[in-house]
Design a protein around this ligand. Structure first.
Ligand SMILES: [Fe+2]
Ligand SMILES: [Fe+2]
Length: 186
C-alpha cells in the first residue's frame, strides 16, 4: 500500500485526521463482523481527493462513470470517483474492491459488498462525527450492520430534503436494497 505521505500531501490536517478515525472505525467493524481487512485501507484513503477542485475531479474521472454520476457533477458526489481513479493511477492500487469502496463511499449504491458497507458507514460514524443521534446510529451499526446503515441513510436523506438538494439515485437504490435485506420484500 501507499504510505501516509500521499495522504498528508493531499489533505488538510483536519481531514487527514478524519481519515485516520474512519480507518480506526473500519478496523473495529472488520473485527466485529469478520470482514476482509482491505476495508481498512479503503477507509483510510476514502477522502484522498476531497480537497481537489471540481475541475480537477472532473478531469481525473473522465467520462467512464457518466451514467452512474447521472448529471450530479458536484464535489460531494465526485470526490469518491476521483479518489478511486487517483488511487489506481497515482498510487498503483489496483484492487477493484478497494477502489469501488472509495468510489461509492458518499452515495452508496445497489449491491454494496461488506467492504463497501464498512467504508460507507465508518465515514459516517467515526468518533469525530457529531450530529443528532450519531451515538444511537453507532450503537445500532455494531448490533446489526444493515439496520445501522439504514438508520444513517434515513437520517442523511432527511437532512438532504431539509437542505432542498437532490438525492443521488444510488443512495435511493442502496436504501431500497437495505430495506429488503432488513425487512424482507414489501
Ligand atoms: Fe467523502
Ligand atoms: Fe469522509
Amino acid at each position: 500500500m501507499g504510505i501516509n505521505m500521499d495522504m498528508k500531501d493531499m489533505l488538510s490536517e483536519k481531514r487527514y485526521n478524519h481519515c485516520l478515525r474512519t480507518k480506526e472505525m473500519a478496523e473495529k467493524l472488520c473485527d466485529r463482523y469478520n470482514i476482509d481487512k482491505k476495508a481498512i485501507d479503503a477507509a483510510f484513503y476514502h477522502d484522498i481527493c476531497k480537497e481537489l477542485s471540481l475541475s480537477d475531479m472532473i478531469e481525473l474521472i473522465g467520462d467512464k462513470y457518466a451514467n452512474d454520476i447521472d448529471g450530479m457533477y458536484n464535489k460531494s458526489i465526485l470526490h469518491g470517483y476521483a479518489g478511486a481513479k487517483f488511487l489506481e493511477t497515482k498510487l498503483g492500487i489496483l484492487d477493484e474492491e478497494i477502489l469501488s469502496a472509495v468510489r461509492y463511499h458518499t452515495t452508496g449504491k445497489k449491491n454494496m459488498t461488506d467492504i463497501e458497507k464498512v467504508v460507507y458507514i465508518s465515514d459516517a460514524i467515526e468518533l469525530g462525527r457529531d450530529y443528532p443521534n450519531v451515538d444511537k446510529i453507532r450503537e445500532k451499526v455494531f448490533e446489526n450492520l444493515n439496520e445501522g446503515i439504514l438508520m444513517e441513510i434515513d437520517y442523511k436523506i432527511k437532512m438532504l430534503i431539509d437542505k432542498k438538494v437532490a438525492i443521488h439515485k444510488n443512495t435511493i437504490e442502496f436504501r431500497n436494497e437495505l430495506i429488503k435485506e432488513v425487512y424482507g420484500e414489501k
